[in-house]
Design a protein around this ligand. Structure first.
Ligand code: G3P
Ligand code: CA
Length: 328
């Protein structure tokens, strides 16, 4: 109730299945999403949204799909391999925006980090790439079947990059949310993006709970880099920056070290005032990167797989819950 409708009705701390139960199944597949709910997640990050050439939204961690699908085993797509500048980073591989949805549907998902999650490779080749529209229908089906409202937490990936290519993500997301009547403030959908201007655009198009993702303090959101806005994440987490975010978003998703910084040995230090500063202006707070693929995590957080967090969540993550965060 403290945060009004929508996310205010979720249990606290809220448990968010990052790309599904990605420690146990290849991420962004219906196998992974389904298992996250079975393990007790309150919300599923379904998905990271990227576009196809013909304007559909699909769920992949990144538009480059060389490591998350079997595209390299398809000789018919060998000529599609490219090198592109993705948010300033030279990236080589196959990109969803160069494929139609029908072409992408011929591919199968594979484990992205087999070294960390060798058991997940048992499921390589089992699932198709989900579309956002399928996710919206799956959410309703699961809600009916489980007799409990299922929430989703899609992230819009690289919105400025795609807008410049004539593939605007926000309008497509808004259109689908309207189609499935999930564009209201109380709808069980939280939209997130690392680009503040993308969240502002969503704020104008839909009325859902919106979250601005914040990476490490010294970094700048890519839309700021493109527009010449000199502010860094360190500026955004100051009280004035948080007040501005609260004018168009319902929450923030800061990286771990913005909540509890580490010392030189990687040990947790005293929490910053970010949690209370955010709460003062009415923002919910869902930090991320508490997962074993993050090489900078303290040892405590690195044991097990992502999904072990479900069993271990009140143990290893206790220090975070003690800060008063709203979910993880
Ligand atoms: O919700 C935060 C998190 O999903 C953002 O990072 O790289 O896992 O998409 P990434
Ligand atoms: Ca994400």
């Amino acid at each position: 109730a403290r945060h009004g409708g929508g996310p205010g009705s979720l249990p606290r701390p809220t448990i968010i299945g990052h790309r599904g139960a990605s420690g146990y199944r290849p991420e962004h597949t219906f196998g992974s999403y389904q298992l996250a709910l079975d393990l007790g997640a309150d919300i599923v990050e379904a998905g990271d949204l990227v576009p196809t050439k013909d304007g559909h939204l699909v769920c992949r961690h990144e538009p480059e799909i060389g490591g998350t699908t079997d595209v390299a085993d398809h000789p018919e797509f060998a000529g599609r391999k490219k090198t592109k500048l993705l948010d300033g980073v030279s990236t080589t591989g196959w990109f969803t925006e160069d494929f139609t949805l029908a072409e992408l549907k011929t591919l199968r998902a594979v484990e992205r980090i087999p070294a960390n999650r060798p058991h997940n490779t048992l499921y390589d080749g089992r699932w198709e790439i989900p579309t956002f529209e399928e996710v919206l229908r799956w959410q309703d089906e699961q809600t009916r079947r489980r007799g409990k409202q299922v929430w989703i937490y899609p992230e819009l990936k690289h919105p400025t990059y795609f807008r410049k290519q004539g593939l605007p993500l926000e309008e497509r997301v808004a259109k689908l949310l309207r189609k499935y009547r999930k564009d209201r403030r109380t709808s069980p959908v939280i939209l997130q993006s690392f680009e503040p201007t993308s969240v502002q655009r969503l704020h104008r198009l839909v009325d859902n709970p919106l979250v601005v993702l914040l990476s490490s303090a010294g970094s700048r959101p890519w839309d700021f880099v493109e527009s010449g806005d000199p502010r860094t994440v360190a500026d955004l987490v100051k009280p004035a920056g948080l007040r501005e975010i609260a004018s168009y978003a319902r929450g923030i998703g800061p990286t771990l070290d913005l909540v509890i910084p580490r010392d030189a040995q990687g040990k947790l230090t005293r929490p910053t005032t970010l949690v209370s500063d955010a709460h003062k202006v009415g923002l919910i707070l869902h930090p991320y990167t508490m997962r074993n693929e993050n090489p900078f995590l303290p040892a405590d957080f690195r044991r097990g797989t992502d999904a072990d967090a479900y069993g271990d969540v009140f143990g290893a993550y206790k220090a975070y819950f003690a800060t008063g965060i709203d979910g993880v």
